[in-house]
Design a protein around this ligand. Structure first.
Ligand code: CTP
Length: 402
């Protein structure tokens, strides 16, 4: 996701510098060209050779190192970078960067660079909470820096509190969100539904389905990566909310119906990837149903069709996308749903196709609109999500012109 991008990783002197080694490795695995600049104190925690090996580029810590390929290197590195991330960012580094002090290679490059900059503060809780540090962080925000909030927990110094540098994977996601996608959805409000609903029988049992939520979560993540404001209405899943996404947890089809209908008026796009129960028990017992010798049967009633109700209140400028998971007659069934539910597009997939289905990380989707059938082929769910969004954005652009 970062092929062709140059990321400059700044390392200042804190114990979490060891985690930055994994960040550098993860950035390279995503295709980025990575340069590491360390402060002198950082070299006490991790040897420059470690970063040099992981980045496959010369690691710089000395402002006056003569043995280096770049001309006027603080300027050339500053120009080459698409993004700078300083992790860990110590209180000392933050104070210097906030006040324009440039007394070593890292602070000098940072001052010379015009690209987007991120800082991941990591320090003792009292140092982090000190109003001086907080003022300096506000200053950095004012100057356009992105600040990655530190986590809370036991710190290396023995204290427990805020100040832990997030894990490398989380920092990687911040870089990916900044660099990987064009922000073509900036200003758009998107609602995504995901996961299964649960229909209670009694306090112990419920009826549900095999949906993992992965396709809907991938859509929410892709929309957020492209700059949209995303609300994810999610049934119970084992997944964490994607970065930058607001999640509303729901249980039953009725809960999901209420949440989606309340969000519909403000939404520019709605993606309904959830596997909603079509039937719910007619009676929900308030006690555990005991077994008996009688035949057990559960009378069911239909749930409200959320998309059908969205269709009743939708505006023409909104793009509504449904999903159809079928086992037979994929295209005919999906097209029927497109028309019946008054959708702009529907994503059809067959449970019988290799690479498609609930729990895997890939999908094989056919996107159907009023006048197009587009087979996406087998892709990761995230890549599938981006291609679905491309189509939704095309429809929106055409709608806006017309
Ligand atoms: N859907 C919905 N409300 C429901 C059931 C489904 O909004 N009560 C949405 C799903 O989120 C999906 C689309 O409708 O985007 C198609 O869901 P699916 O279960 O395939 O369609 P049904 O109309 O329920 O058709 P059937 O179960 O007969 O295949």
């Amino acid at each position: 996701m970062l092929t062709g991008k140059t990321v400059l990783v700044g390392v200042s002197g804190g114990i979490s510098a060891y985690k930055t080694v994994f960040l550098v490795s993860a950035l390279r695995k995503q295709g980025a060209n990575v340069h590491v600049i360390m402060t002198r104190h950082a070299t006490e925690f991790v040897a420059p050779l470690t970063f040099e090996t992981m980045s496959n580029n010369r690691c710089i810590s000395d402002m006056f190192d003569r043995d280096y390929e770049y001309d006027v290197r603080h300027i050339s590195l500053a120009k080459a970078a698409d993004l700078i991330i300083v992790a860990p960012a110590t209180a000392d580094f933050i104070a210097k960067a906030a006040n324009g002090i440039a007394d070593d290679m890292l602070t000098t490059v940072v001052l010379a660079a015009k690209c987007r900059k991120l800082a991941s503060p990591a320090m003792n809780t009292a140092m982090y909470e000190n109003p001086v540090t907080q003022d300096n962080l506000d200053k950095l925000r004012h100057y356009g820096w992105g600040i990655v909030e530190p986590n809370s927990g036991p710190l290396a110094c023995g204290d427990v509190g805020k100040g832990k540098m997030p894990e490398p994977q989380e920092l990687l996601m911040h870089v990916i969100y900044e660099l990987a996608c064009e922000k073509d959805m900036k200003g758009l409000k998107v609602v995504v539904t995901a996961g299964p609903t649960q229909e209670a029988i009694d306090p112990v049992r419920f009826i549900t389905n095999h949906s993992s939520g992965k396709m809907g979560y991938a859509l929410a993540q892709a929309c957020a990566m492209r700059g949209a404001e995303v609300t994810l209405v999610s049934g119970h899943t084992a997944l964490d909310a994607p970065m930058g996404v607001t999640r509303q947890d729901v249980t039953s089809a009725a809960d999901m119906h209420d949440a989606v209908l309340a969000l519909t008026p403000q939404a520019d796009m709605i993606f309904k990837a959830a596997a909603v129960a079509d039937y719910t028990p007619a009676t929900v017992y308030d006690h555990k149903v005991k077994k008996s010798d009688d035949d057990m049967s559960i009378p069911l009633v239909r749930t409200a069709d959320i998309l059908a109700d969205v269709a009743k209140i939708r505006r023409d400028d909104q793009i509504i996308c449904g999903f159809a998971m079928e086992t037979e007659d994929l295209l005919a069934n999906a097209r029927g749903k497109l028309e019946r539910k008054k959708l702009d597009m529907i994503c059809a997939n067959s449970l019988r196709t290799e690479g498609a289905g609930f729990s895997g990380d890939t999908n094989v989707v056919t996107v159907i609109t009023a006048d197009e059938v587009c087979e996406l082929g087998k892709l990761s769910k995230l890549e599938t999500a981006h291609r679905i969004i491309d189509k939704a954005m095309q429809l929106r652009a055409a709608r806006m012109e017309g």
